[in-house]
Structures are given as C-alpha cells and as structure tokens.
Design a protein around this ligand. Structure first.
Ligand code: GDP
Ligand code: MG
Ligand code: K
Length: 299
C-alpha cells in the first residue's frame, strides 16, 4: 500500500532505432501481445501503443510524432481531435541495444532528444547479452551526449529490471485520473476516425430524424484471411424508434450508411475493408459517453 498519495497518470513514449526491443518491452509491460494494424493504417500522430494500469497509476504508452518519420496521411483528421492533448508526453524512453555499437540511428534520435521538453530516460536493453563490466563505458558514452533524467539497464525479453523502470516512471508522472478502464491495454486513433465517418453518414442520411447524440463505437478492426480489414461497429441510439429509422425498410437505410461509410474508410485507410454494422439501443449511453470523452476514451 502506498501512503496517501494521489493517483498518478501520464503519457510515455518509447523511441529507439529498429530492433532495439521496443515492442518486446511494451508486450512485457502490458502482459500480452498487442494486435497491431497494418503499417498502412498507422498515423503520423499520437498512437496509443499500450496501457499499463495499477491501483496507484496509469501509464499510457504512445508513439511520438516527429521522432519517427511520418508514415501516413491521416494527420489532418487528428488535429482538432482529442488526440492533440496527447502531444506532450511526461517521459520519453530512449531505448538502445547494449550489444550493438551506437549508430547513426541512435545519433539521429539523440539530436532530437536534446530539444525535447520532457525528461528522457536512457533504457539500456539486452543486458543479458553482455558482461556486466561492459555496461559502465556504454552508459558513459551515451551520457556524454544527452542529459538523461534516469539511466536504466534492462532485459525486455527476460523482464529483468522492468519493474524498476515502471517504478521510476511512476515517480515522474503527475497526479491525474485513470484515463482508460482497467482491462484496456491498447487503442488506435483509427477506431475513432472510423467511428466518426460512420456517424457522419448516419446523420447525413437520416437527416433530423435521428439526433446528434447518436454514437458509433468501433468494436474491432482486424485483418482477415482475405487481406481485408474487417471492421465491426455498433451504432448506438437511445430509443428503439431511432433504431427503426436507422435500419430502414428491409434494412435499406443501414445498407446505404454502410456503402457510403465503407467508401470513405477505404480512401482514408488506403485499404480494402469489410464493414459490419449493427444498431443497438442503450439508454444511458449519452451520460457515460460524455464523461469518458474528456479523456479520449474510444472503445
Ligand atoms: P523493436 O523493433 O524495437 O520493436 O524491437 P523488437 O521488440 O521487435 O525486438 C527485436 C529483437 O530483439 C527480437 O528478436 C527480440 O526478441 C529481441 N530482444 C528484445 N529484447 C531483448 C532482450 O532484452 N534480450 C535479448 N537477448 N533479445 C531481445
Ligand atoms: Mg517493434
Ligand atoms: K515499433
């Protein structure tokens, strides 16, 4: 038990050149494999990669725009969204592989880190691959280039010292609420954008018959065996009369919503999709939604 500390929460990004072990660390922390969409569906902006929740704190791991090279054109969509609030991270983890020499990739990232406003931890990964005596000179080398807030050697695959890293991260987090439910370990901005596109079609086609409070929740997005991204989404209304309007005669309205939404989503993701829509009546949805929206809750 902690004394009477306030709950802490914040955002952390992991940067480092390919193969240093970033995904391995995330999977270790989150405790399960995180399903990742195709590269095509990755955004240039803040993408949530994993969420670590304890009774005392919640750490949201996100991608840092500007450090990785931009990959996609979804960008504009995000500017006005809640994601802009995620831009400033509380801590940056700079991960290196101690079993390899510092290279141009490391140097490129370190140049950017010099101007970062957030504290930077040096995470020396793969310590299982070297003799302990080799560690100190490596640390000194990196430290001569950037002023790190913390230096933490780990083995992401063994899990060695990962608890120290998490404890140290917690020390750097501000007081704050739990942003996401306990059982949520990941999220993608794509979920939000896709839900907004579907909602737009609902409003377009039903005109004023269905109120703006209609919500769309993307329940899953997964690539199927045929290579299509399979999207399951629920359209949520508060009354069954509204459900009838959205489904339409013989299901025609829902079909039209689906056709239009699919067209836009395919353009947006640059990918073939299969869209499965259903309509759900949920009375208290609006209250729940407004309280969660403030924290960027998506799913
Ligand atoms: P990323 O590109 O930075 O996300 O790196 P990955 O997490 O994909 O890891 C690249 C490779 O390094 C994989 O084969 C991992 O199994 C391996 N790896 C990651 N962490 C460790 C570690 O602590 N020790 C060792 N020996 N291998 C590791
Ligand atoms: Mg990776
Ligand atoms: K990665």
């Amino acid at each position: 038990m902690k004394n009477n500390n306030e709950h802490k929460s914040g955002f952390v990004s992991i940067v480092g050149r390919p193969n240093v072990g970033k995904s391995t660390l995330l999977n270790k922390i989150v405790g399960q494999k995180i399903a990742i969409m195709s590269d095509k569906a990755q955004t240039t902006r803040n993408k949530i990669q994993g969420i670590y929740t304890t009774p005392e704190s919640q750490i949201v791991f996100i991608d840092t725009p500007g450090i990785h090279k931009p990959k996609h054109r979804l960008g504009d969509f995000m500017v006005s969204s809640a994601f802009s609030a995620f831009r400033e991270v509380d801590v940056i983890l700079f991960m290196v592989n101690v079993a390899e020499k510092r290279g141009p990739g490391d140097n490129f990232i370190m140049e950017r880190l010099k101007t970062a406003k957030s504290p930077v931890f040096l995470v020396l990964n793969k310590i299982d691959k070297i003799h302990p005596d080799q560690l100190l000179p490596i640390i000194e080398d990196y430290r001569s280039l950037v002023d790190f807030a913390q230096v933490i050697p780990i083995s992401a695959s063994d899990g060695n010292n990962v608890d120290t890293l998490l404890a140290e991260l917690q020390n750097y987090l501000p007081e704050g609420p739990q942003f996401y439910p306990d059982d949520q370990v990941t999220d993608h901005p794509e979920y939000f954008i896709v839900s907004e596109l579907i909602r737009e079609k609902v409003l377009e086609l039903t005109r004023e018959e269905v109120p703006h409070s209609v919500a769309v929740v993307v329940e899953s997005m997964q690539r199927n065996e045929l290579g299509k991204v399979q999207v399951h989404a629920a359209i949520i209304v508060e009354r069954s009369s509204q459900k009838g309007i959205i489904i339409g005669k013989g299901g025609k309205m829902l079909k039209d919503i689906g056709i239009r939404a699919r067209r836009d989503i395919e353009v947006l993701l640059g990918d073939k999709i299969y869209l499965d829509l259903w309509v759900k009546v949920q009375k208290d949805w609006r209250d729940r939604q407004s309280s969660l929206q403030d924290y960027g809750y998506r799913k």
